[in-house]
Write a protein that binds this ligand. Structure first.
Ligand code: PMP
Length: 336
């Protein structure tokens, strides 16, 4: 029987590749989006959460009734919570007090226990969400700490999943891959697999204005002066993640809050695809890249769209929020 599954976890991976026909008309290449929102938890993080948890099970580390701990208010939290329900684990998430109440409600609706920790303390303060998660994991027998920023299984999930899927979906003809970097796992694993098939494939990482990744890639040094707060969630970092394989990346493009928000809105209006904030970021990165690089009609460009726009209704899809940030929405009316 087709399309009948034993449980929701069987739907993880094998996400579709969809051609973008409206937003990048000025680029002669064929541009495709890998829609990670088609995972059952609506983001790419289902892949890593499932891979890390299933690897721990195979190693005998996770027994029935065990506890899974992570520091996230974002997509990884939703994925761990969903998987824990099906597999019978307890899910404990330490989040910052900047987390929106609707996100905490979402996590609780999926059965997670959520510890809300102060955002304005250093990472090594015992009250920080990193330290709280570490302490809970250490004190709870039969528990694992997912630690996505420094877990090589994060890379492996994309090396064995996302990369081979894209290779097959493009019949080995992909020429460029673009992906946002937060932990770096998505791009590192996908790029490693693709470059092993064809080392000429261009790998472009997307970083946020206010993050250290682009400069670190170019100079090997963290420029602390570049760090400032920004609105895009899940993109960029103020430290160097262990899950980012810098040698697999040819170039980083840095995008800002306003352009990325606008690009997400434009993608919704022109393609009918409601993506998250980082979907806007990766579309914006291709726009910026195409200003200094030429494409041919034979090129096949894949953009990874990490999650779904429904999580950002009160943010980038809300005109009042856009205006409160000083972002112009006037031109949006002219988009169509
Ligand atoms: N977009 C969103 C919405 C995310 O939550 C993340 C994860 N932080 C990313 C992009 C980046 O993915 P990765 O961590 O694999 O680099």
């Amino acid at each position: 029987m087709m399309n009948v599954f034993d449980n929701i976890l069987e739907l993880i991976g094998n996400t579709p590749l969809v051609k973008l026909n409206g937003i990048m008309k000025e680029v002669p290449a064929a541009v495709y989006a890998k829609l990670e929102s088609c995972n059952p938890g609506h983001s790419t993080k289902d892949r890593i959460a499932a891979h890390i948890i299933e690897t721990a099970e195979k190693k005998g580390v996770l027994k029935p009734g065990a506890t899974i701990v992570e520091t996230t208010s974002g997509n990884t939290g939703f994925s761990i919570a969903m998987i824990s329900i099906i597999k019978g684990y307890r899910c404990i998430l330490a989040v910052s007090n900047k987390t929106k109440p609707e996100k905490i409600a979402y996590l609780k609706a999926l059965g997670a226990k959520v510890y809300v920790c102060p955002a304005d303390v250093p990472a090594d303060d015992p009250r920080s969400y990193y330290e709280v998660a570490k302490r809970i994991a250490a004190e709870t027998p039969e528990s694992i700490y997912i630690n996505q920023y420094f877990n090589e299984l994060n890379i492996e999930a994309h090396y064995t999943g996302t990369g081979p899927e894209i290779w097959k979906q493009t019949k080995g003809k992909i020429t460029h891959i673009f992906a946002c970097c937060g932990t770096g796992g998505t791009l590192s694993g996908t790029a490693k697999f693709l470059k092993e098939q064809n080392p000429d494939i261009k790998v472009i990482g997307v970083d946020a204005d206010g993050s250290v990744l682009k400069t670190y890639h170019e100079t090997g040094v963290i420029n602390y002066n570049e760090i400032h707060s920004y609105q895009i969630e899940g993109l960029g970092k103020n430290l160097i993640p262990g899950a980012l394989l810098f040698d697999q990346i040819d170039e980083f493009i840095r995008v800002n809050d306003e352009n990325s928000a606008f690009a997400a809105r434009e993608t919704a209006l022109k393609e009918g695809v409601m993506g998250g904030y980082t979907t806007g970021a990766v579309v914006q990165a291709l726009k910026q890249y195409s200003e200094s690089h030429t494409f041919s009609a034979e090129d096949i460009v894949v953009l990874i769209f990490p999650d779904h726009g429904s999580r950002y209704i009160s943010k980038i899809y809300n005109d009042e929020w856009m205006e409160s940030q000083g972002f112009s929405i006037q031109n949006l009316e002219e988009v169509l």
